[in-house]
Ligand binder design. Structure first.
Ligand code: PEP
Ligand code: MG
Length: 837
């Protein structure tokens, strides 16, 4: 997020219906800004005032003291509120009750939860009961206030409150606090009050004004909790200096008749249908909706029971959609049949709903294409590009877990990673089912086509590893009970044995019995339309990763403008080629290597011809060989013996060579352009194949645009030497074949050093392509194939916010990219820039 300078407001910013708080989002925070919008729209909302972010920053600067400006701001804000309400905080005759909430300037979690009903005291409780309110409702509100204040302001353990509540609930044979009568709630409040007056040296101030000050201080200071700081840091939000706080008159949702709390979505979050959706709980405050003690009604049920209220909600949903130009979700409270809107924000929604909402809003003229695109998560495209299950046969749903990684997978069940490997070697598709996976399962995870775990959440090992591999995964399917001894799992009455077929839906978390057909993804319909909008807005070209003619064809069909990365090593892994490539690796001298390479040349030339023909003049960036040679040799004695037999050479030769080539630090050894410094003939063969292929295809009348990319450069000399070789050879081959074409030569920037010395490298490169896999690996020092061991803990504990191999780390890796581009372009303004990974 960009820092925008805004004057440091240190005064309270009052708001009420029709009178929005003055200020911007950075001063008011997200909730404050939303309340401002509600006020502007004339929505019925409880009056309040916002203490701006500037005051929050001041509080944090003072550390332990209380800045004078805070006291003044509270006094001014409160006086305004009291004047509007005709009631005063703590006044037993005409008491004002308020809520206190944090309003951060960006969506950052770990803010202090709301403190509700502040202003209640035993004296106020008694006046309220005497004057107007049901005793049960008032004691309930008081108990809630004491608990909220105890937990969030005095930082008392929640367990202590539960210990007081449980015996009361039992004694009254109640299901929860909501079934306790007034007398029991009075008793509960008494017990809570006792705790707040003594324990841990914590003290509930006697004066409500002082209570308010303490609650506000706690909210401001929560900004600096270590997890909150780490979270902001990970999102490059360090520039934000604090939170705003909102103080608002309470609306009584807990009365028996005509009172309640609810939450609405202007469109159905699961599929985006334009229909009011949500929940309403009579006689409740907001937190009761999610507490799980009572089942809220659907808004459809509310429509039948109280059509007038539903009508009002529907109207506000429509108005606010127009104001926000997006689907919205709104929290509301009803006090004595009067509706109050408490908050509004862009609605959460599924990937499927996101697409439909975007299309519908543009269609309905509520937002334009650009605006709709801003509200779409790029992951949406990922969701829509995986094959989906064909559920038209109404298959049996076995169980539903958490959708941890999108797509679908259909395979035979195995319960051990080794079984997945064995079956994979036999060409079978498997679904690996485990309680939870561990790093030891990694080889099984790699070969299984889908993963199902009975436990674990969205940051569990299985979830993180599967997302990293782009593999369908369902976790936390808690109804699954696995018996590893007899290789079976049971779900209710159903038993699934090893090798039975199941089908996973990684978008919904559903698991079906049997082998469902899968529907290949297409770029048609809604997604195509949305991508069309994106095409009109984008400033970057989009190319595909492709190394076969089939992939290239598909890429063109899907709209790629070229190939950005053609990894040539994949061409050597083909069954009929790997023996030749191995011959080259095992050759003891240049002559032996040259003979094997001569055999590979026509095969490689054909690959390039086929790809260049398909791409018909579109650019194709071909990367010269990158992986370490040991990756082409078999591991394990059995495979090595088979290879020795097939090649007619002693086993020891293979073992010795494998030993020599194996890297002590994976992916940091003899690979990339280093191969070309020691064995120039490999790259020479590849360059010849590329240039010959281009000349031949040109002769057929098909335009060509090959580009040659040198991987893993870290010094200028590497690129200089290899470029000279490429240019010289290309000239020669073009002369031999009587054709010429412009040949761009560039490099991957994937070592931190290359990025740092970009000024020196850029004059030798026509283009850069940032290799985000290696650049991330080397910048963090994370082995990219081993992060599955610790990444889940990193995400769970908030040390990292996202996996940097999935979402580029802007702060570190991004800084290197920025530096390399700026420095490179200064010395070579023509330098073309790309990114891949
Ligand atoms: C990269 O490092 O980002 C890259 C694209 O290359 P590879 O993944 O093949 O190492
Ligand atoms: Mg790389």
């Amino acid at each position: 997020m960009k820092k925008r300078s805004s004057p440091d407001l240190l005064v309270p910013l009052p708001f009420r219906t029709g009178e929005p708080a003055p200020g911007n989002r950075l001063q008011l925070g997200e909730m404050g800004a939303a309340l401002q919008e509600l006020a502007r729209a004339g929505a019925p909302l409880p009056t309040g005032f916002i203490l701006p972010v500037g005051l929050g920053a001041l509080v944090l600067e003072e550390r332990n003291g209380v800045p004078e400006a805070l006291g003044e701001a509270i006094e001014t804000g409160l006086s305004q509120l009291e004047a509007w309400a005709g009631r005063r905080l703590g006044d037993p005759q005409a008491p004002l009750l308020v809520s206190v909430r944090a309003s951060a300037p960006a969506a950052v979690p770990m803010a202090m939860p709301a403190v509700l009903n502040l202003g209640l005291s035993e004296a106020v409780v008694r006046t309220l009961i005497a004057a107007e309110r049901e005793p049960r409702q008032v004691w309930d509100a008081y108990a809630r206030f004491l608990r909220g204040y105890g937990e969030h302001v005095l930082k008392l353990e929640p367990g202590g409150f539960e210990e007081m509540l449980e015996p009361l609930v039992e004694r009254h044979s109640a299901e929860g606090v909501y079934q306790l009568d007034a007398a029991a709630l009075e008793q509960l409040a008494g017990a809570y009050l006792e705790r707040l007056r003594g324990a841990n040296g914590a003290k509930l101030p006697a004066e409500p004004r002082e209570q308010l000050t303490q609650a506000l201080l706690a909210g401001f200071r929560a900004w600096n909790h270590s997890r909150a700081v780490a979270h902001r840091h990970a999102r490059s939000l360090d520039g934000l200096r604090g939170t705003a706080m909102v103080v608002q008159t309470m609306a009584w949702g807990t009365g028996k008749s005509g009172c309640g709390a609810g939450h609405l979505f202007s469109r159905v979050p699961a599929d985006g249908e334009k229909r009011l959706y949500g929940r309403y709980l009579p006689a409740a405050q907001g937190p009761d909706l999610t507490a799980g003690e009572r089942m809220p009604d659907s808004l459809d049920a509310l429509k039948k029971r109280d059509g007038a209220l539903w009508q009002q909600l529907d109207q506000w949903a429509t108005t606010l959609e127009r104001q926000f130009q997006d689907a919205v979700e709104v929290q509301f409270t009803v006090e004595d049949t009067r509706l109050y809107l408490l908050s509004v924000k862009s609605a959460r929604r599924s990937a499927q709903a996101a697409l439909r909402v975007a299309l519908d809003l543009v269609e309905e003229g509520i937002g334009d294409e650009r605006h709709a695109l801003r509200h779409l998560d790029p992951k949406l495209v990922d969701h829509h590009l995986h094959p989906v299950l064909d559920k038209s046969s109404h298959p049996t749903l076995l169980v539903k877990g958490l959708p941890a990684s999108p797509g679908s997978a259909v395979g035979q069940v195995v319960f051990f990673a080794e079984h997945a490997e064995e079956l994979h070697n036999q060409g079978l598709e498997t679904i690996l089912v485990r309680h939870e996976t561990t790093p030891e399962d990694i080889n099984g995870l790699k070969v299984a086509c889908g993963i199902l775990t009975a436990t674990g959440g969205l940051t569990s090992h299985a979830a993180v590893v599967a997302r990293g591999m782009g593999k369908c995964c369902v976790v936390g399917a808690t109804d699954v009970s696995i018996n590893y001894h007899i290789n079976e799992m049971t779900i209710g009455e159903v038993t699934v044995k090893r090798l039975d077929w199941v089908s996973l839906d990684g978008n919904t978390g559903e698991v079906f019995l049997g082998k469902l057909p899968q529907i290949a993804p297409t770029l048609q319909g809604g997604l195509a339309k949305v991508l069309g909008w994106a095409d009109k807005q984008r400033r970057m070209g989009v190319r595909a990763n492709a190394d076969t003619p089939e992939d290239a064809r598909r890429a063109v069909e899907l709209g790629a403008e070229g190939i950005g990365l053609c990894r040539t090593e994949h061409m050597f892994f083909a069954l009929e080629r790997i023996p030749i490539f191995r011959k080259m690796i095992l050759a003891v001298d240049e002559v032996g290597r040259a003979a094997a390479l001569a055999e590979l040349l026509p095969l490689q030339r054909k690959d390039f011809m086929d790809i260049l023909r398909v791409m018909a003049g579109r650019p194709v960036t071909i990367r010269l060989l990158d992986p370490p040679l040991n990756e082409f040799l078999p591991r394990g004695i059995r495979s090595q013996t088979r290879m020795a037999k097939a090649m007619g050479i002693p086993l020891e030769v293979i073992q010795r060579r494998t030993e020599v080539l194996t890297e002590a630090n994976p992916m940091l050894g003899h690979r990339g352009c280093r191969l070309a410094i020691t064995y120039p003939e490999i790259y020479q063969m590849q360059v010849r194949a590329i240039v010959e292929a281009a000349c031949i295809v040109m002769k057929e009348g098909v335009p060509v645009q090959p580009e040659i990319m040198v991987p893993l450069v870290s010094t200028t000399r590497e690129l200089e030497v290899i470029r000279e070789m490429i240019e010289e050879l290309a000239r020669r081959v073009m002369a031999e074949l009587g054709e010429t074409f412009p040949l761009r030569i560039g490099t991957m920037i994937e070592t931190p050093r290359a990025a740092v010395v970009s000024r020196a490298i850029a004059p030798h490169a026509d283009f850069y392509s940032f290799g985000t896999n290696d650049l991330t690996q080397m910048t963090y020092g994370f082995s990219r194939d081993d992060t599955g061991i610790f990444m889940p803990s990193y995400l769970e504990r908030g040390i990292l916010d996202t996996d940097p191999f999935i979402e580029l780390d802007q702060e570190g890796v991004g800084a290197l990219v920025k530096w390399a581009v700026e420095q490179g372009r200064e010395v070579n303004p023509e330098l073309k820039i790309g990114i891949c990974g």
